[in-house]
Ligand binder design. Structure first.
Ligand code: HEC
Length: 90
C-alpha cells in the first residue's frame, strides 16, 4: 500500500505545472509536432524553425503558410508556441 502511494506521488509530481510554456509545449506537441518532427519531406523540421525569429513564426501562423494551423490559436498561444519553438535562441 505504501509502495502504491509512493508511486502515486511520484506520478503526480511529474504532471507539468500549468505555465504558459507548459501549455505552449502541449500545443506544439498536439498541433505542430506530427508534421514538424524531422524526416518529413517538404516540411521544415523543428531544428529549422528554431532558427527563425519568434515574430516570423507568429506571422506565418497569422497570415503566412501556416495560417490554417494558426486559425484555431489565440494571439497569446501563437506567441507562446513561437517562443517555445525558438527557446534557447540567442
Ligand atoms: C498538417 C501538417 C502541419 C501541421 C499540423 C503544422 N505544419 Fe507547419 N508546415 C507544414 C508544411 C507542409 C510546411 C511547408 C509549407 C511550404 O513550404 O509550402 C510548413 C511550414 C511551416 C513554417 C514555415 C512557413 C513558411 O512561411 O515558410 C512554420 C513557421 C510552421 N510551419 C510552423 C508551424 C506551427 C507553429 C505549427 C503548429 C501550430 C505547424 N506549423 C503545424 C505542415 C504542417
Amino acid at each position: 500500500m505504501i509502495r502504491l502511494l509512493v508511486l502515486l506521488v511520484a506520478f503526480v509530481d511529474q504532471v507539468p505545472e500549468p505555465s504558459p510554456l507548459g501549455d505552449a509545449q502541449l500545443n506544439y506537441e498536439f498541433r505542430c509536432k506530427s508534421c514538424h518532427e524531422p524526416g518529413q519531406p517538404g516540411v521544415p523540421d523543428v531544428s529549422v524553425l528554431r532558427k527563425w525569429s519568434p515574430d516570423a513564426i507568429v506571422r506565418s501562423l497569422e497570415s503566412g503558410k501556416m495560417s490554417a494551423m494558426g486559425s484555431t490559436l489565440t494571439p497569446d498561444e501563437k506567441r507562446a508556441i513561437a517562443a517555445f519553438i525558438t527557446q534557447g535562441n540567442s
